[in-house]
Design a protein around this ligand. Structure first.
Ligand code: HEC
Length: 408
C-alpha cells in the first residue's frame, strides 16, 4: 500500500470515533450493527445512500465496496444485504420517455470483466477501441468492439479511482485519479503507467480532463474548486481558482479557438479559461437553481450543457451570453448527464429515469427523439463519440459499456 493510500485509510479509520452520531438515524434490525461498523469508515454511509438501490443495485454496491477493500464474512454480508434491501429500497424514479423520430439506432452493450468496476467514463480511441475507467476496480479497460475482447490494465496506486479519460496524439490514455489525487498516463503498447500527483494537498479530487489544441491537458477538481493545467512536456501542474467559491468545476470541453470551457456543478455557471492568460470568466445561467453537470461544444462554438438539477438541455452562446433552454423529454427529474455532439447534433443521457434514456436533440428543428436503454443503462456519467460518429456510453452501475450505432 502506498503512503498516500495508507493516509487515506488512516483518515477513514479515525472517523470511527464519531460513529454513534451517524448510527442514531439507522433503522433497528439484524444487520444494523454490521453497517455501523463496516460502512462508516471510508465515508459516512448516510452521505452515500442517496435514493436507495434495488436488490441488484445493493449487490453491486457491496461488490464495489469489496473492490475498495471492504472485508466482510459471507454470513455478515448476507445479513447486511437483507438489511440494506429492506431499509433502503430504491425510491421511485420517473419513467424514461421514448419520443419517436426520424433516426434509427442499434444498441449493443458489453458487460465489463470485473464485477463492481463502476465504469465511469467511456472513451472511443482512434484505433477503433472502446476504453473505460473502472473507477472501483482501479483499472483502465479496453474493448475491441469487433471481437468483444477485453483487456484490463491495473493501475499503480491502489484505489486511485480512475475517472475521466482522454487520448493524446500518440495514443496514450490519460485519466484523472479521483481518489488518488493524481493525473495518470497509460501507454497501452507497453502498459507503462506514469502518475502526476497534485502539487497542493488541498486538491484531492481531479475529475474531468481534456486536451487543448496545443497538447496541454486541462482538468477540473470538483470539491477542491480548481481548474488544473498540466503540460505533458514537463509534467508541470498549475492550479487555478474560479471566482465563485464552491462552484464545483465538473464537465469540460474546448472550443475551435482553443478556449477551455467548463460547467460548475455547484452553481448556475458556465466558466471559461483563456489558455494564454489563464484568466477565468464566468457566465451565469438565468435560473439560480441550474446545476450544469456536463458540457459539449458544437462547431459553431456554441456551448451545450446538461442541467442535471432542473432537467433541462441548455445552450449558451458565449459571444453574446444568450442562453436558451429546453425541458428534457422525461421531465424535471430526468437528470440529464453525459452529453456529446455528433455532427452538431446533441446526444445525451437522462440518468434519473427508469430505465435511463438516450436523447437526441437537433438544434435546427429544436426536436427531441429518445430511446430507453435496454438493461436499464443505470447512470451514464459520461459519453464519447467514435471516429465514425457513433455514441458511446459507460453504464456505471450495470457494469457495462454501450455502443449506440446511428444507422439512419
Ligand atoms: C474501504 C473503503 C470503503 C468502505 C469500507 C465502504 N465504502 Fe462505500 N464507497 C467507497 C468509495 C471510495 C466510494 C466512491 C467514492 C465516494 O463516493 O466516496 C464509495 C461509495 C459508496 C456508495 C455510492 C456508490 C455510487 O455508485 O455512487 C455507496 C452506496 C456505498 N459506498 C455504500 C457502502 C456500504 C453499504 C458500505 C459497507 C458495507 C461501504 N460503502 C463501505 C469506499 C468504501
Amino acid at each position: 500500500m502506498s503512503k498516500k493510500s495508507l493516509q487515506w485509510w488512516l483518515a477513514g479509520a479515525s472517523l470511527c470515533a464519531v460513529l454513534p452520531v451517524w448510527s442514531q438515524t439507522m433503522p433497528e434490525g439484524p444487520g444494523r450493527e454490521i453497517l455501523d461498523r463496516s460502512c462508516n469508515t471510508c465515508h459516512a454511509f448516510s452521505a452515500r445512500v442517496g435514493g436507495g438501490y434495488t436488490a441488484q443495485g445493493w449487490a453491486t454496491v457491496l461488490r464495489m465496496m469489496s473492490n475498495q477493500g471492504l472485508v466482510l464474512a459471507v454470513d455478515q454480508s448476507l445479513t447486511l444485504s437483507d438489511y440494506l434491501i429492506r431499509n433502503f429500497p430504491e425510491k421511485a424514479k420517473p419513467a424514461g420517455v421514448a419520443i419517436p423520430g426520424p433516426v434509427q439506432v442499434s444498441i449493443k452493450a458489453w458487460q465489463v470483466p470485473t464485477p463492481g468496476s463502476r465504469p465511469h467514463d467511456p472513451l472511443a480511441t482512434k484505433d477503433g477501441a472502446l476504453w473505460y475507467s473502472g473507477q472501483m476496480a482501479n483499472v483502465l479497460g479496453r474493448l475491441d468492439p469487433r471481437t468483444g475482447q477485453f483487456k484490463e490494465y491495473a493501475l499503480k496506486t491502489a484505489h486511485s479511482g480512475p475517472h475521466g479519460l482522454v487520448e493524446d496524439q500518440g495514443g496514450n490514455i490519460w485519466y484523472t485519479g479521483n481518489t488518488g489525487a493524481l493525473i495518470g498516463k497509460l501507454d497501452p503498447a507497453t502498459g507503462a503507467n506514469s502518475e502526476y500527483p497534485m502539487p497542493d494537498p488541498a486538491v484531492r479530487d481531479p475529475h474531468t480532463l481534456v486536451f487543448d489544441r496545443d497538447g496541454i491537458l486541462w482538468f477540473t477538481a470538483q470539491n477542491a474548486n480548481r481548474i488544473g493545467r498540466l503540460d505533458p512536456a514537463t509534467g508541470e501542474i498549475k492550479l487555478l481558482t474560479p471566482p465563485t467559491a464552491n462552484s464545483r468545476p465538473y464537465g469540460m470541453a474546448v472550443n475551435s479557438k482553443g478556449t477551455v470551457f467548463y460547467v460548475a456543478f455547484g452553481s448556475n455557471r458556465v466558466g471559461s479559461v483563456d489558455p494564454k492568460t489563464l484568466a477565468i470568466r464566468e457566465y451565469p445561467l438565468p435560473d439560480a437553481a441550474s446545476r450544469p453537470r456536463r458540457i459539449t461544444i458544437t462547431s459553431d462554438d456554441i456551448v451545450w450543457y446538461a442541467d442535471c438539477s432542473r432537467g433541462y438541455l441548455g445552450r449558451l452562446d458565449p459571444a453574446s451570453g444568450k442562453v436558451s433552454e429546453w425541458p428534457s423529454p422525461s421531465g424535471p427529474k430526468a437528470e440529464p448527464y453525459g452529453i456529446s455532439a455528433i455532427h452538431d447534433i446533441i446526444w445525451y443521457s437522462e440518468s434519473g429515469t427508469t430505465p435511463n434514456t438516450i436523447v437526441r436533440f437537433d438544434p435546427k428543428s429544436e426536436r427531441f427523439q429518445s430511446w430507453n436503454i435496454p438493461g436499464g443503462g443505470n447512470i451514464v456519467r459520461n459519453t464519447s463519440v467514435t471516429s465514425d460518429g457513433n455514441f458511446v456510453l459507460a453504464n456505471s452501475l450495470t457494469n457495462q459499456l454501450t455502443l449506440v450505432t446511428i444507422t439512419k
